[in-house]
Design a protein around this ligand. Structure first.
Ligand SMILES: [Zn+2]
Ligand SMILES: [Zn+2]
Length: 270
């Protein structure tokens, strides 16, 4: 039987065609990024029988369009506050592909490393290197359970390690396979951009981060923002399983590794 007190994760899109995640415990829901259309988000809520009234806030990672397309439209229509750093709010102001802007009263500014609350959830933001006007990872505490969210990760920093190592649940970018990117259709310029310290995270580095720094209490890992051209869900799991096996951390071998689908909505119970 479904228990409404369990935390649920909905993925409504993951990757360059639009990112949107919804985390819900009881009647306390948080959206992370809205890079899909307002119409799609409403449809997915209705398909899953979710109540808009449960949404307590929207968290934004960074101002690239695949993460913010409908943040303003949705927030202003529903009057839901948007939480992110000053820098990311400024980035959204300047993003002209984000057609509707966030209303002044709905803009909430958060600071790195200091805890804030959305509904029943305690949250801490931390910086993640990427070629945008700021990019944030988030550590979310639902009672005793901690989830770490990080996407569009150009490089793994000490701060990232510090937060990843606290999480029982992890949503982590696994954007590309090095060989597929190298031999793939992208221009040299784009290949360099993706692989740079302010680009995206490859399967190998995602695997090393998990093998070296994840908590021994980690229970489930989802991989987000997979590239359509330069990665494959099976390859993500294979590469990361190998790295974990070679690391000798036996407690990680049984941890479910789940690549998120790019456009098909999915729901998971934590
Ligand atoms: Zn980005
Ligand atoms: Zn992105």
């Amino acid at each position: 039987m479904e228990n409404d007190e369990n935390i649920k994760l909905y993925c409504f899109g993951s990757g360059s065609s639009g990112n949107c995640y919804y985390l819900k415990k009881g009647k306390s829901g948080i959206i992370i990024d809205i890079g899909i259309s307002h119409r799609k988000l409403k449809k997915f809520f209705s398909d899953y029988g979710l109540a808009m009234a449960d949404i307590r806030g929207i968290l934004v990672s960074h101002s690239h369009t695949d993460h913010v397309r409908a943040v303003g439209a949705f927030s202003s229509a529903m009057r839901i506050p948007v939480y992110t750093t000053q820098q990311v709010h400024e980035g959204m102001e300047r993003n002209f592909l984000m057609t509707k802007k966030i209303l002044k009263d709905d803009k909430i500014i958060v600071n790195y490393h200091s805890k804030f609350q959305i509904g029943d959830t305690g949250i801490i933001a931390f910086p993640v290197p990427h070629d945008s006007n700021g990019n944030n990872g988030y550590l979310l505490k639902f009672g005793d359970e901690t989830l770490c969210f990080l996407t569009d990760v150009g490089a793994v920093t000490q701060e990232i390690i510090q937060y990843v190592s606290q999480a029982e649940y992890l949503i982590l970018e696994a954007n590309y396979d090095r060989e597929m990117l190298q031999n793939g259709p992208y221009s040299d310029f784009l290949k360099r951009r993706i692989q740079s310290g302010s680009g995206h995270l490859c399967n190998e580095l995602a695997g090393q981060l998990i093998a070296k720094h994840s908590s021994s209490k980690i229970r489930k890992i989802w991989f987000c923002h997979l590239s359509e051209e330069n990665n494959h869900p099976d390859l993500v799991v294979k590469t990361i399983k190998e790295i974990i096996a070679n690391s000798g951390r036996k407690e990680l071998i049984e941890v479910p590794l789940i690549p998120l689908k790019r456009t098909t909505p999915q729901c998971f119970e934590l």
